[in-house]
Write a protein that binds this ligand. Sequence first.
Ligand code: HOZ
Length: 426
Amino acid sequence: MIYKRSSTLFNEAKQYIPGGVNSPVRAFNAVGGTPIFVKEAKGAYLYDEDGNKLIDYIASWGPLILGHAHEPVINAVIEKAKKGTSFGMPTEIETELAKLAVSMVPNIDKIRFVNSGTEACMSAVRLARGYTGKDKIIKFAGCYHGHSDSFLIQAGSGAVTFGSPNSPGVTQGTAKDTLLANYNDLKSVEALVAANKNEIAAIIIEPIAGNMGCIIPSEDFIKGLRELCTQHGILLIFDEVMTGFRLAKGGAQEVLGIDADIVTFGKVIGGGLPVGAFAARKEIMGYLAPEGPVYQAGTLSGNPLAMSAGLAMLTELNNNPDIFRSLADKTAYLHKGLDAVLAAKNIPYQINRFGSMISVHFTDEPVVDFTSSAKGNNETFKKYFHGMLAKGIYLPPSAFESYFLNDAISYDDLDATIKALKELEL
Ligand code: HOZ
């Protein structure tokens, strides 16, 4: 495959944009080589600036559940754009989308739209602090909740990929209020709760982690978290930026059978446009301005383009819940195929899968938390990533990310992916 134009565009971008990208993982630093510059995309495929066609397994990091440029979503945006793009005033469509989201997700009465998952998580924590009157939060090593200061403490995703899980620029004052526990290790959480009695406002977690690869919580762990929070008056925040509306209509809360106190969403709620949201029961949401004292605001929040894309996508998911089963079936098929091929190659590997999220780790230990995820062999990962890319398969360019399947991916695409791996020397 030729990446000549991507390479030229990258060199030019580097002169004007730090690292040539507007979000670090895209720069390919973890895998080396030239980032692919996308020209367009349709359904399951990306078409790059060099004319290569790639099967896309990141789906804009999750939200494009129905595939790229899905017509009902695109048409809704075009029609809305003709009528104005932002007013900084209320519009009817915000309530329509809010009503639909509240009807799909368990245990929430009200939702506030923001512009990204980062904003959603940052605001959810502020709300939890305002509601409980407590300052500290617990997060898990390797979980990523966006790039606001409180979360850049042992953060996953690009933060760990680029060696800054604890970013400079986060003050010690902020960092001291973020306590760190280990995923799938309830005892580590219990110890923090015991040592910080009546000081913890919230525990925030990716209920299925997607930012250290795909990591599945054990039943005891996730149930234990819920019980611990209830016992100690701590709010449980599910960061469903990746899992919301992807695993089921009601996201991870529904599939795990666990009620969170606050749920956050990201781009998925805008059909891939820049949106985020956070939601909770009305007694918690009542603390938010202008109803309550916790401040949060934004001119572009609830903007008509994002709302129309979100409404088109969630309407389709709501009317066709079979999609979740079909996505999970495709992912299971991919899992089986990759598993058979890797087993024959005689190298250490693990495959983690939940619903339509999956990741491959080159290690012989089960990958259940950040420590085990970090043991993956990055040299093998690089060969795997570039080998697959050369065969037209676009995977996340870091081992600390999950793949996201979209509904437009066909069984032929999955077979092509499995065949590509078979032909690879690792
Ligand atoms: N940190 C994001 C994935 N977990 C990547 C964002 C992007 O580069 O678009």
